[in-house]
Design a protein. Structure first.
Length: 181
């Protein structure tokens, strides 16, 4: 009975963490950094509690929501740090599994693309180029875990999507630079 209660608790905590990460990313895209920071602080506590419960009851690690919450947390925190410090924090900054970090980075590429396109729209081509450079750096980092061996389950599909995002964004950014001349 206790295992069932813990399972439901982890599902609720993980689900709430995923939801709050999405809200934090949305706030970051709208420039509401302080609000996002407060939300990410809440998520950190929630994810920490999930981790603690999973350490005490390893069977809970099998719940998909644990992996998903950690991936979303990595994505949101990395986006926050890119915006506030101009860099993405290393794996050692997180208490997640390596594959969760890598998959979170794979999802970060999409957020960086959105930022890049917003910056192009606002005629901030230098910042757009910096954001694009981070997209490329992130893609090249995660790509190492897919080729030649598939080290992270689910990464191949994300890499294929990220490659398309990079190609499309490169074209749009190049066109914007040409038009700005």
């Amino acid at each position: 009975m206790e295992e069932l209660d813990l399972k439901e608790k982890v599902k609720l905590l993980g689900g709430k963490a995923i939801e709050e990460c999405g809200k934090a990313i949305s706030l970051l895209h709208r420039g509401r950094i302080e609000e996002a920071e407060r939300l990410l602080s809440s998520v950190k506590k929630r994810v920490g509690l999930v981790t603690k419960l999973c350490i005490e009851h390893p069977i809970l690690l099998r719940l998909p929501v644990v992996r998903d919450a950690n991936m979303e947390y990595v994505e949101a925190v990395c986006y926050y740090y890119f915006l506030t410090e101009g860099k993405v924090p290393p794996y050692t900054s997180f208490k997640v599994e390596p594959d969760e970090y890598i998959l979170g980075l794979a999802d970060l590429v999409g957020e960086l693309r959105r930022r890049c396109l917003d910056l192009i729209r606002m005629d901030k081509l230098e910042l757009a180029s910096k954001t694009f450079d981070q997209m490329v750096e992130t893609y090249e980092y995660i790509w190492r875990f897919e080729y030649p061996k598939k080290l992270v389950k689910g990464l191949r599909h994300k890499i294929d999507i990220d490659r398309k995002l990079l190609e499309d964004t490169r074209l749009i950014l190049t066109q914007a630079h040409i038009l700005a001349r």
